[in-house]
Design a binder for this molecule. Structure first.
Ligand SMILES: C[S@@+](CC[C@H](N)C(=O)[O-])C[C@H]1O[C@@H](n2cnc3c(N)ncnc32)[C@H](O)[C@@H]1O
Length: 229
Protein backbone atom coordinates (compact mmCIF):
# COMPACT_ATOMS: atom_id res chain seq x y z
CA UNK A 1 0.00 0.00 0.00
CA UNK A 2 1.50 3.33 -1.02
CA UNK A 3 1.36 5.89 1.73
CA UNK A 4 3.98 8.35 0.56
CA UNK A 5 2.78 11.87 -0.10
CA UNK A 6 5.83 12.95 -2.07
CA UNK A 7 7.26 10.00 -3.99
CA UNK A 8 5.74 8.02 -6.90
CA UNK A 9 3.74 5.11 -5.57
CA UNK A 10 5.75 2.37 -7.32
CA UNK A 11 9.00 3.76 -5.89
CA UNK A 12 7.59 4.12 -2.41
CA UNK A 13 6.05 0.62 -2.55
CA UNK A 14 9.41 -0.76 -3.64
CA UNK A 15 11.25 1.05 -0.85
CA UNK A 16 8.72 -0.19 1.71
CA UNK A 17 9.11 -3.75 0.44
CA UNK A 18 12.82 -3.61 1.34
CA UNK A 19 12.05 -2.98 5.01
CA UNK A 20 11.69 -5.85 7.45
CA UNK A 21 8.11 -6.53 8.52
CA UNK A 22 6.93 -4.89 11.71
CA UNK A 23 6.16 -7.18 14.65
CA UNK A 24 2.50 -8.26 14.47
CA UNK A 25 1.39 -6.01 17.33
CA UNK A 26 2.83 -2.91 15.66
CA UNK A 27 1.54 -3.82 12.20
CA UNK A 28 -1.98 -4.30 13.63
CA UNK A 29 -1.78 -0.99 15.49
CA UNK A 30 -0.63 0.74 12.30
CA UNK A 31 -3.47 -0.78 10.26
CA UNK A 32 -6.00 0.17 12.94
CA UNK A 33 -4.71 3.75 13.03
CA UNK A 34 -4.96 4.04 9.24
CA UNK A 35 -8.46 2.53 9.24
CA UNK A 36 -9.56 4.98 11.96
CA UNK A 37 -7.91 7.87 10.09
CA UNK A 38 -5.51 8.63 12.92
CA UNK A 39 -2.54 10.43 11.32
CA UNK A 40 0.40 8.24 12.31
CA UNK A 41 3.94 8.17 10.97
CA UNK A 42 4.12 6.74 7.44
CA UNK A 43 6.10 3.72 6.25
CA UNK A 44 9.09 5.63 4.85
CA UNK A 45 9.37 7.79 7.96
CA UNK A 46 9.01 4.67 10.11
CA UNK A 47 12.07 3.14 8.47
CA UNK A 48 14.03 6.33 9.04
CA UNK A 49 13.08 6.41 12.73
CA UNK A 50 14.02 2.75 13.03
CA UNK A 51 17.41 3.41 11.43
CA UNK A 52 18.15 6.36 13.73
CA UNK A 53 17.15 4.42 16.86
CA UNK A 54 19.21 1.37 15.93
CA UNK A 55 22.19 3.47 14.90
CA UNK A 56 22.26 6.01 17.73
CA UNK A 57 20.79 3.91 20.54
CA UNK A 58 19.25 6.92 22.32
CA UNK A 59 18.50 6.43 26.00
CA UNK A 60 16.20 9.41 26.55
CA UNK A 61 13.55 10.10 23.93
CA UNK A 62 10.99 12.88 23.81
CA UNK A 63 8.00 12.72 21.47
CA UNK A 64 5.69 15.65 20.86
CA UNK A 65 2.37 14.37 19.49
CA UNK A 66 1.49 10.87 20.72
CA UNK A 67 -1.86 10.28 18.97
CA UNK A 68 -2.68 6.66 19.91
CA UNK A 69 0.91 5.72 20.73
CA UNK A 70 1.93 4.05 17.46
CA UNK A 71 5.23 5.92 16.97
CA UNK A 72 6.07 5.63 20.69
CA UNK A 73 5.75 1.85 20.44
CA UNK A 74 7.65 1.79 17.14
CA UNK A 75 10.47 3.80 18.69
CA UNK A 76 10.54 1.63 21.83
CA UNK A 77 10.90 -1.47 19.64
CA UNK A 78 14.33 -0.28 18.50
CA UNK A 79 15.70 1.34 21.66
CA UNK A 80 18.38 -0.17 23.88
CA UNK A 81 17.61 -1.69 27.26
CA UNK A 82 17.06 0.90 29.97
CA UNK A 83 15.87 3.57 27.52
CA UNK A 84 12.77 5.64 28.15
CA UNK A 85 10.31 7.69 26.12
CA UNK A 86 8.15 10.53 27.32
CA UNK A 87 5.38 11.51 24.92
CA UNK A 88 2.80 14.29 25.11
CA UNK A 89 -0.75 14.45 23.71
CA UNK A 90 -3.45 17.02 24.35
CA UNK A 91 -6.50 15.09 23.18
CA UNK A 92 -8.27 13.15 25.96
CA UNK A 93 -9.51 10.24 23.89
CA UNK A 94 -6.19 9.75 22.05
CA UNK A 95 -4.26 10.02 25.29
CA UNK A 96 -6.48 7.29 26.80
CA UNK A 97 -5.95 5.03 23.78
CA UNK A 98 -2.21 5.70 23.86
CA UNK A 99 -2.00 4.65 27.51
CA UNK A 100 -3.68 1.32 26.84
CA UNK A 101 -1.83 0.71 23.53
CA UNK A 102 1.59 1.40 25.04
CA UNK A 103 0.83 -0.84 28.04
CA UNK A 104 -0.31 -3.65 25.71
CA UNK A 105 2.77 -3.11 23.55
CA UNK A 106 5.06 -3.43 26.60
CA UNK A 107 3.43 -6.78 27.50
CA UNK A 108 3.84 -8.01 23.91
CA UNK A 109 7.47 -6.79 23.77
CA UNK A 110 8.39 -8.50 27.03
CA UNK A 111 6.83 -11.77 25.90
CA UNK A 112 8.61 -11.66 22.53
CA UNK A 113 12.02 -10.50 23.74
CA UNK A 114 12.05 -11.85 27.29
CA UNK A 115 13.42 -8.54 28.64
CA UNK A 116 12.02 -5.28 29.99
CA UNK A 117 10.43 -2.95 27.48
CA UNK A 118 11.76 0.62 27.40
CA UNK A 119 9.50 2.73 29.58
CA UNK A 120 6.88 4.75 27.67
CA UNK A 121 5.39 7.54 29.75
CA UNK A 122 2.33 9.16 28.17
CA UNK A 123 1.56 12.67 29.37
CA UNK A 124 -1.69 14.52 28.78
CA UNK A 125 -0.83 18.17 28.29
CA UNK A 126 -0.51 20.93 25.75
CA UNK A 127 2.83 20.47 23.98
CA UNK A 128 4.01 24.05 24.46
CA UNK A 129 3.17 24.05 28.17
CA UNK A 130 4.87 20.68 28.61
CA UNK A 131 7.99 21.77 26.72
CA UNK A 132 8.20 24.82 28.99
CA UNK A 133 8.11 22.56 32.05
CA UNK A 134 10.80 20.27 30.64
CA UNK A 135 12.91 23.28 29.76
CA UNK A 136 12.57 24.70 33.27
CA UNK A 137 13.59 21.29 34.68
CA UNK A 138 16.81 21.46 32.65
CA UNK A 139 16.53 17.93 31.23
CA UNK A 140 18.18 16.88 27.97
CA UNK A 141 17.04 14.30 25.42
CA UNK A 142 19.07 12.19 23.02
CA UNK A 143 16.29 11.99 20.45
CA UNK A 144 13.34 14.33 19.98
CA UNK A 145 10.56 13.43 17.57
CA UNK A 146 8.35 16.40 16.72
CA UNK A 147 4.94 15.42 15.34
CA UNK A 148 2.22 17.69 16.82
CA UNK A 149 0.49 20.94 15.76
CA UNK A 150 2.35 21.93 12.60
CA UNK A 151 1.62 25.66 12.89
CA UNK A 152 3.32 25.63 16.30
CA UNK A 153 6.62 24.18 15.07
CA UNK A 154 8.56 27.51 15.34
CA UNK A 155 7.34 27.96 18.93
CA UNK A 156 8.21 24.36 19.77
CA UNK A 157 11.67 24.67 18.20
CA UNK A 158 12.60 27.58 20.47
CA UNK A 159 11.87 25.35 23.46
CA UNK A 160 13.24 22.13 21.97
CA UNK A 161 16.69 23.61 21.43
CA UNK A 162 16.97 24.09 25.20
CA UNK A 163 16.42 20.32 25.59
CA UNK A 164 19.21 19.36 23.18
CA UNK A 165 22.91 18.85 23.71
CA UNK A 166 25.59 18.44 21.03
CA UNK A 167 24.71 14.80 20.41
CA UNK A 168 20.93 15.17 20.43
CA UNK A 169 19.06 14.60 17.22
CA UNK A 170 15.79 16.24 16.28
CA UNK A 171 13.42 14.61 13.77
CA UNK A 172 10.42 16.66 12.64
CA UNK A 173 7.66 15.06 10.56
CA UNK A 174 5.32 16.54 7.93
CA UNK A 175 7.58 19.48 7.15
CA UNK A 176 6.80 19.48 3.42
CA UNK A 177 3.01 19.38 3.86
CA UNK A 178 2.35 17.21 0.80
CA UNK A 179 4.86 19.36 -1.10
CA UNK A 180 2.92 22.61 -0.64
CA UNK A 181 5.71 24.11 1.48
CA UNK A 182 7.91 24.09 -1.64
CA UNK A 183 5.31 26.16 -3.54
CA UNK A 184 4.90 29.94 -3.45
CA UNK A 185 2.57 31.13 -0.67
CA UNK A 186 0.34 32.63 -3.37
CA UNK A 187 -0.49 29.18 -4.74
CA UNK A 188 -1.74 27.78 -1.42
CA UNK A 189 -5.32 28.33 -0.37
CA UNK A 190 -6.07 30.97 2.25
CA UNK A 191 -6.96 28.19 4.71
CA UNK A 192 -3.48 26.66 4.38
CA UNK A 193 -1.55 29.94 4.35
CA UNK A 194 -0.84 30.10 8.08
CA UNK A 195 0.59 26.62 8.14
CA UNK A 196 2.65 27.40 5.02
CA UNK A 197 4.03 30.53 6.66
CA UNK A 198 4.81 28.85 9.97
CA UNK A 199 6.43 25.84 8.34
CA UNK A 200 8.62 28.13 6.23
CA UNK A 201 9.51 29.98 9.43
CA UNK A 202 10.42 26.67 11.11
CA UNK A 203 12.54 25.61 8.12
CA UNK A 204 14.30 29.02 8.10
CA UNK A 205 15.08 28.66 11.80
CA UNK A 206 16.63 25.27 11.13
CA UNK A 207 18.55 26.17 7.99
CA UNK A 208 19.39 29.86 8.38
CA UNK A 209 19.83 30.57 12.08
CA UNK A 210 23.33 29.08 12.09
CA UNK A 211 22.38 27.07 15.19
CA UNK A 212 21.63 23.77 13.49
CA UNK A 213 23.20 21.32 11.15
CA UNK A 214 20.10 20.25 9.26
CA UNK A 215 18.84 18.29 6.31
CA UNK A 216 15.47 17.68 4.73
CA UNK A 217 14.39 14.26 3.49
CA UNK A 218 11.48 13.79 1.08
CA UNK A 219 10.21 10.75 2.97
CA UNK A 220 6.56 10.29 3.89
CA UNK A 221 5.33 13.86 4.17
CA UNK A 222 8.83 15.34 4.52
CA UNK A 223 11.22 14.93 7.43
CA UNK A 224 13.70 17.46 8.81
CA UNK A 225 16.67 16.11 10.76
CA UNK A 226 18.75 18.47 12.85
CA UNK A 227 21.55 18.62 15.38
CA UNK A 228 22.96 21.63 17.17
CA UNK A 229 26.18 22.89 15.53
C1 LIG B 1 0.36 13.38 13.63
S1 LIG B 1 -0.37 13.01 15.17
C2 LIG B 1 0.89 12.14 16.02
C3 LIG B 1 1.14 10.79 15.45
C4 LIG B 1 2.09 9.93 16.26
N1 LIG B 1 3.34 10.62 16.49
C5 LIG B 1 2.37 8.65 15.51
O1 LIG B 1 3.07 8.68 14.48
O2 LIG B 1 1.87 7.59 15.95
C6 LIG B 1 -0.33 14.55 15.98
C7 LIG B 1 -0.93 14.52 17.37
O3 LIG B 1 -0.57 15.74 18.02
C8 LIG B 1 -1.62 16.11 18.85
N2 LIG B 1 -1.52 17.54 19.12
C9 LIG B 1 -1.86 18.58 18.30
N3 LIG B 1 -1.64 19.75 18.91
C10 LIG B 1 -1.16 19.46 20.13
C11 LIG B 1 -0.76 20.26 21.23
N4 LIG B 1 -0.83 21.59 21.17
N5 LIG B 1 -0.31 19.65 22.33
C12 LIG B 1 -0.26 18.29 22.42
N6 LIG B 1 -0.63 17.47 21.40
C13 LIG B 1 -1.07 18.04 20.28
C14 LIG B 1 -2.87 15.76 18.05
O4 LIG B 1 -4.00 15.61 18.91
C15 LIG B 1 -2.44 14.47 17.37
O5 LIG B 1 -2.90 13.33 18.07
Amino acid sequence: MNDSLLVNSHISDYLSSLQPDLPEFLENLYQKARADRVPVIRREAQSFLRFVCLDRQPLKVLEIGTAIGFSSCLTAEFLPEGASIVTVEKDDARYGEACSNTAAFARDYEKRKNRSCPQIRCVKDDAEAFLKKLSADGGRFDLIFLDAAKAQYPVYLNLIRTLMNRDSILIADNVLQEGSVAESKFTVTRRDRTIHLRMREFIDMLFRSGEFNCMMLPLGDGIAVAKLV
